[in-house]
Design a binder for this molecule. Structure first.
Ligand SMILES: NC(=O)c1ccc[n+]([C@@H]2O[C@H](COP(=O)([O-])OP(=O)(O)OC[C@H]3O[C@@H](n4cnc5c(N)ncnc54)[C@H](OP(=O)(O)O)[C@@H]3O)[C@@H](O)[C@H]2O)c1
Length: 275
């Protein structure tokens, strides 16, 4: 099977490429080779390469900058998704779209399910939700909502680990509770989904509800060292407060079991310390 992975040089995409590249033919051009905001170039690329499936991880992911530069967020999150959807339709191939817990307003007190009402509270979430609406018009699509990713080396948990180990202060925001998720667990689940494709929206996260301070506490207890913590208010875009996601549907449909976030964080820290 020939996979096209957008954003294959990004945090999530590069780990998915690493995990799948030995068993699939993987195309993952960077922005310089294929800027997804140019429709004619996108179509020409797909007509030439004819992949069997599109895995769309690329996005403008800086939540604060999406608020400031709405034109860019519109082009990179909405138009790029529309063009990939057009390519999928033209070649009659499925598309897997990575979305976010930020499509919800965070006002619930129990984990969000797939068909709970979507009400984004910032422009990043608005554009990602628009992407979902575009992708949902395809016959064969999977939307995977993920949250608080770690395991790329450029994420909150790695920042906490590095800071504790080098006695640096950690800035901790108090405005969000989510489901921290190890990218490796996403790559493993994606592999299963590719081989048992069933259209739909699914929540793909490690289980549980964790604040940033909970994450710091887990890191402290595994490293057996206290962190230097500074609580801070955020100045940028508003975050939804409570967005843990329920994994009941994806586990049921694809027969997978997602680990608890605490366990997933422990796994990552063990491999981080070993390296
Ligand atoms: N990270 C998280 O915690 C998190 C949480 C929830 C959902 N998600 C979703 O998961 C996906 C992956 O996130 P991530 O954290 O891996 O993002 P990331 O590290 O920012 O990577 C995004 C990639 O997309 C590429 N890209 C953006 N616009 C492009 C364009 N017009 N043409 C070609 N490439 C383009 C970027 O290239 P450049 O480097 O050249 O800009 C980058 O390589 C996204 O869809 C995001 O919405 C992430």
């Amino acid at each position: 099977m020939k996979l096209f992975i957008s954003g294959g040089r990004g945090r999530l995409g590069s780990k998915i490429v690493d995990y799948l590249k030995d068993r699939y033919t993987v195309l993952y051009p960077g922005r310089k080779e294929l800027d997804l905001t140019f429709f004619q170039k996108v179509m020409a690329y797909f007509i030439e390469e004819k992949p069997d499936i599109i895995i769309h991880t690329a996005a403008f992911t800086n939540v604060d900058k999406c608020e400031e530069d709405r034109d860019r967020a519109y082009r990179e999150n909405i138009l790029a998704t529309l063009y990939l959807k057009n390519a999928a339709e033209y070649l009659n191939i499925p598309l897997v779209y990575f979305s976010t817990d930020y499509v919800f307003d965070g006002l619930k007190t129990t984990p969000y399910r797939e068909y709970d009402k979507t009400v984004p509270v910032n422009y990043y979430g608005t554009t990602k939700l628009a992407g979902e609406e575009i992708v949902k018009t395809l016959k064969d699509f999977v939307i995977l909502r993920v949250s608080l990713l770690f395991g790329s080396g450029n994420d909150f948990i790695t920042y906490v680990l590095k800071s504790i180990l080098s006695d640096k202060e950690i800035t901790v925001f108090t405005d969000h509770i989510g489901s921290p998720t190890n990218i490796l667990d996403i790559a493993k689940a994606l592999d299963i989904i590719l081989n048992n494709f069933l259209s739909g929206i699914y929540h793909l996260v490690n289980r549980g509800a964790f604040s940033y301070i909970d994450i710091v506490n887990i890191c402290e207890s595994i490293l057996k060292k206290k962190a230097l913590i500074r609580f801070s208010e955020r100045n940028g875009a508003k975050r939804p407060y409570y967005t843990p996601l329920s994994t009941e549907l994806i586990e049921n449909v694809f027969g997978i079991t997602m680990k608890n976030s605490g366990e997933a964080i422990e796994d990552y820290i063990s491999s981080y310390i070993k390296d």
